[in-house]
Design a protein around this ligand. Structure first.
Ligand code: HEC
Length: 126
């Protein structure tokens, strides 16, 4: 019985932790942060790939998931899904989280900015 409760609590925690960036973020403010990404990414459904891939539906998608975009081997081999938590780590320092990936962006140092931009991206979803 105890064990079962522990498993339920663990499952609950992982869900809350995973969605914390989305909940802590402000999508309206994130739109302004997203201005930094716009030069290289579109986010609307069916948007074209620019220097970077289209980011529609990015939350929960596997890394390197846009067909027809030429990803680096580093991104192709990352083997992760873009949970809010992984996005947070990537956007802190892209080259540290996925060494040799090709995104020429230094990262967002402020946690609030990362939460906001993740909340903004989460609104572009089915
Ligand atoms: C200078 C251009 C550039 C800027 C600015 C930029 N990116 Fe990127 N981004 C890229 C490139 C190129 C890739 C593909 C990297 C690879 O294949 O190694 C990428 C990949 C990504 C991915 C992984 C996509 C996937 O399909 O797996 C995410 C998420 C992402 N960028 C988010 C952002 C966000 C959010 C910002 C703004 C805070 C941003 N990027 C700013 C160029 C850019």
């Amino acid at each position: 019985m105890k064990l079962r409760n522990a498993a339920i609590i663990a499952a609950f925690l992982s869900v809350t932790v995973a969605s914390s960036a989305v909940e802590a973020g402000d999508a309206a403010k994130g739109k302004r942060v997203y201005a930094k990404c716009k030069a290289c990414h579109t986010i609307k459904k069916g948007g074209k790939n620019k220097l970077g891939p289209n980011l529609y539906g990015i939350i929960g998608r596997k890394a390197a998931g846009v067909e027809g975009f030429k990803y680096s081997n580093a991104m192709k081999n990352a083997g992760i899904a873009w949970t809010p938590d992984n996005l947070d780590k990537y956007l802190t320092k892209p080259k540290k989280f996925i060494p040799k990936n090709r995104m020429a962006f230094p990262g967002l140092r402020k946690k609030q900015q990362r939460d906001d931009v993740i909340a903004f991206m989460a609104t572009f979803h089915e």
